[in-house]
Design a protein around this ligand. Structure first.
Ligand SMILES: C[S@@+](CC[C@H](N)C(=O)[O-])C[C@H]1O[C@@H](n2cnc3c(N)ncnc32)[C@H](O)[C@@H]1O
Length: 358
């Protein structure tokens, strides 16, 4: 049975798995959250849009809320951002310089820190009665449990603005649909690649807009998102074809090698181009675009670092759309190491501005 693109991206909605990954990766993502928190302090944006926000592992949600900026969080997967916010409401005690004193023994909720009138705008379950055991969390607070932090009761109120939309102007979604069509029509891998390659090219002109006004955002972030464009929606396409036609024979695989590489590359670069165009549309004239992606990976088997070649091309594509701003991002924040279990990567961070900006 083929899987639709919509069902595929939802994945298994296993809340326990999301929570345990959060607890496990808490320290690994901290350097990235610190860099973004510094960017917010330096740029003092009045509006922030985090594209590909996911479960907010790499986003210092507490700092964003305390900054007072209008916040927009966008992701393709329905419900994921709301789950992420529930896990991000507690102020990070270990952040270098949390904005408020939170060195006590009890947890502090970032919405409660705003005061009762404002907290109710962020969380429908805010209960101003407070708790006998804490002055920093409200009566509605239910701990997530286990090693994970967060509030199980959290329910989004009018803030922040959360959008479940495609940050590639609809390109990834449209290709997902075309990939299923290619799978259903094709009677060989070669034919499936032919249909998919034509669709990847033809869909380049398609543009759907996020529900965010032109030129309205002071800081747009795209953190660890380009690294994902390298895999999807190509993996979806190849999995659907393999499920219908079986894996390619060794001979087919040999013959299709270059076609495969070209399709993967086209999908990556077309998604980046469409993403950049949408970012340029919503970015304020003097706004900043923060991009973070994994440029190097560590291979423990060879004890060697290697550069992700696709990300080199990605960098070129970014430079085509935006100017780099090295003045606003100190060198120490330009590179961070991400280490989780056996996996290590070097994440490169950039601040960019409109091409036309002085
Ligand atoms: C690797 S995660 C980035 C880290 C993320 N901030 C987190 O903490 O989960 C990439 C996120 O981008 C989202 N994404 C990928 N392609 C997208 C698209 N075309 N439009 C919107 N979101 C997309 C994924 O659903 C995922 O949540």
């Amino acid at each position: 049975m083929p899987t639709s693109w919509e069902d595929y991206i939802k994945g298994p909605s296993n809340q326990a798995a999301i929570q345990s990954y959060r607890a496990l990766s808490e320290g690994a993502f901290r350097p990235l959250r610190r860099v973004l928190a510094n960017v917010v302090k330096t740029c003092e944006p009045s509006s922030i849009a985090c594209l590909g926000a996911g479960v907010l592992n790499d986003i210092p949600f507490d700092e964003l809320v305390l900054s007072g900026a209008a916040i927009h969080l966008v992701d393709l997967i329905p419900g994921i951002v709301d789950r992420g916010i529930g896990q991000s409401v507690l102020i990070d005690r270990n952040a270098d310089d949390a904005d408020i004193d939170n060195q006590g023994t009890d947890d502090a909720c970032v919405f409660c820190a705003l005061g009762a009138a404002r907290a109710a705008k962020w969380c429908k379950r805010f209960n101003g009665a407070g708790r006998p055991d804490s002055s920093r969390i409200c009566g509605g607070f239910t701990p997530v449990g286990g090693n994970a932090k967060g509030c199980l009761s959290y329910e989004r109120a009018e803030l922040p603005n959360v959008l479940y939309q495609d940050v590639t102007g609809g390109y990834a979604t449209a290709f997902g649909h075309a990939a299923l069509n290619a799978t259903e029509k094709a009677i060989s891998w070669k034919q499936a690649f032919g249909i998919a390659t034509a669709a990847a090219k033809q869909l380049r002109n398609r543009r759907e807009r996020l529900d965010i006004a032109d030129g309205s955002i002071d800081l747009v972030t795209s953190s660890m998102l380009l690294s994902q464009f390298e895999h999807e929606p190509y993996d979806y396409f190849s999995r659907q074809v393999a499920a219908r036609l079986g894996p390619p024979s060794a001979r087919e695989e040999n013959r299709l090698h270059r076609t495969l590489e070209k399709l993967k590359n086209d999908l990556l670069l077309n998604q980046i181009a469409a993403h950049c165009e949408e970012v340029a549309r919503i970015l304020a004239p003097d706004g900043r675009f923060f991009v973070a992606f994994e440029l190097f990976h560590y291979d423990p088997a060879r004890d060697a670092w290697f550069m992700v070649p696709e990300m080199h091309a990605a960098l070129g594509r970014l430079a085509h759309h935006f100017n780099f701003d090295f003045a606003a991002l100190p060198p120490a924040d330009s590179i961070v190491t991400f280490k989780l279990g056996e996996a290590s990567s070097v994440v490169q961070n950039f601040l960019m501005r409109h091409k036309h900006a002085a």
